[in-house]
Write a protein that binds this ligand. Structure first.
Ligand code: NAD
Ligand code: MG
Length: 415
């Protein structure tokens, strides 16, 4: 029997209130970063369903001002911010407006009246405000996985130091958290993260290389923002989730396994040292893990469709193909190397996916650009928060240079 390396006492297991949310007189006061996105709007759906339990105090949007204005009118937050200075607010909502974009995001993340901050921004945008939220004593409910991929070591150390929880919204990590409730952490043998396999699961390598935008955005089981949908097609999303799980559950990457499960019914599993495997199941609906992140360790009712296993008839599983999906391989390698490599992986991907969505590169060039950025990276001897921000900017510069140097890239695809 090998020794178990899992260390107990991650901040995840701190109960959010001694008697649980259902028995509290106080409403949970929530700020949402990225309120106009897929996770942001579904968080507001959950809040709308339970007005006696939740209250919105801060909203940060970006470009979709019409939707942000509607949200401000409906939820009447105390503070709002957007991706441009001094945007027009409808009517007299009583909402204070944070005039500057980046400062605004951090102002919403640290608002005095908030006890929980939902980080539903995408890419590196959530990094600085998430750290600020922790330091301001907030509970962080995190969807923006790139934040942990880039700064996991620093953020988790800060969360432990400050005794603040980082609660996952990602369905796989919510599943793992649910499987771990009441368990003793030293008995964990491994974590098994499920993946739908994305739209190209059964395609050959050449066809995947030439895939167009519509094909990449055609996810078989989940409806999500564009960036994560493309990440699900390259399987980098699963790679980011492996790194996210490594940080959240303080578990060695070699104890994390990915299994392809096209039906997306089992959201992830934990295997224990006696051979027992606990899985969390349900229809694919992000409102379930979002709500759990806001109520853990309690639960609130939901009226959405429930799981009908007899109608489904079968659940299937397969191994991931690391040759066909090099992004998943690179994510495991970056996690093993540690240091700044996961940040390079994430940022190179962010820039490449944006280029793909703007029809500047073919689908196959996403993994090539990530590989080039990882090869080019020289890891600093000391990795603090400043160093992560520097890696972010260096990686952006490197990939953007590659993008302007047309000779490195294949011609753009038509779709
Ligand atoms: P999305 O694109 O639908 O929404 C992103 C939100 O962030 C929007 O409100 C947008 O206005 C805002 N935003 C974008 N760029 C910004 C910037 N530079 N500064 C400030 N705000 C910015 O994305 P999404 O699908 O909601 O995903 C959000 C995060 O949650 C991602 O990290 C994703 O990987 C993760 N996640 C999403 C899902 C899902 O079902 N959508 C599931 C699991 C995890
Ligand atoms: Mg996920």
């Amino acid at each position: 029997m090998g020794t178990v390396q899992y260390r107990p006492q991650t901040p995840l297991f701190i109960p959010l209130s001694p008697s649980g949310i259902l028995h509290s007189d106080m409403k949970r006061r929530i700020s949402i970063l990225g309120s106009t996105g897929s996770i942001g709007t579904q968080t507001l759906d959950v809040i709308r369903d339970h007005p006696d339990v939740f209250e919105v105090v801060g909203l940060a949007g970006y470009r979709n001002l019409d939707l942000l204005n509607q949200q401000i009118e409906e939820f009447r937050p105390l503070l709002a911010s957007a991706g441009e200075p001094n945007p027009q607010l409808n009517g007299d909502s009583g909402c204070r407006w944070s005039p500057e974009y980046l400062e605004g995001l951090t102002e919403v993340a640290t608002l005095d009246e908030a006890d929980t901050v939902v980080v539903a921004t995408v890419g590196a945008a959530g990094l600085v405000p998430t750290l600020a939220a922790l330091r301001a004593g907030k509970n962080v409910a995190l969807a923006n996985k790139e934040v942990l991929v880039m700064g996991g070591d620093i953020l988790m150390a800060e969360a432990r130091r400050l005794n603040r929880p980082i609660i996952p919204i990602d369905s796989e990590h919510s599943a793992i958290l649910q499987c771990l409730q009441g368990e003793s952490s030293h008995t964990i043998e491994k974590i098994v993260i499920t993946a739908s396999g994305g739209p190209f699961r059964e395609w050959d390598v050449e066809r995947i290389r030439r895939a167009n935008i519509d094909e990449a955005l055609n996810h078989p089981t989940w409806s999500m923002g564009k960036k994560i949908t493309v990440d699900s097609a390259t399987l980098l999303n699963k790679g980011l989730e492996v790194i996210e799980a490594h940080h959240l559950f303080d578990i060695d990457v070699d104890r994390i396994e990915v299994v392809i499960h096209p039906q997306s019914i089992i959201h992830s599993m934990v295997e224990f040292n006696d051979g027992a495997v606990i899985a969390q199941m349900g229809v694919p609906d992000m409102k379930v893990p979002i709500q759990y992140a806001l109520t853990v360790p309690d639960r609130l009712p939901r009226r959405d469709p429930t799981l009908d296993l007899a109608a489904l008839r079968q659940l299937t599983f397969d191994q991931p193909d690391f040759e066909k999906f090099p992004c998943l391989r690179m994510a495991f390698e970056a996690c093993r190397k540690g240091g700044g490599y996961p940040a390079v992986l994430s940022v190179a991907n962010e820039v490449s996916v944006d280029a793909f969505l703007n029809k500047r590169i073919p689908f196959g060039a996403i993994s090539e650009l990530i590989e080039a950025a990882l090869e080019h990276h020289k890891d600093p001897s000391h990795l603090d928060f400043e160093a992560i921000l520097q890696i972010d900017s260096q990686t952006r510069t490197f990939v953007n240079q590659r993008l302007t140097d047309k000779s490195n890239l294949q011609p753009s695809h038509p779709g």
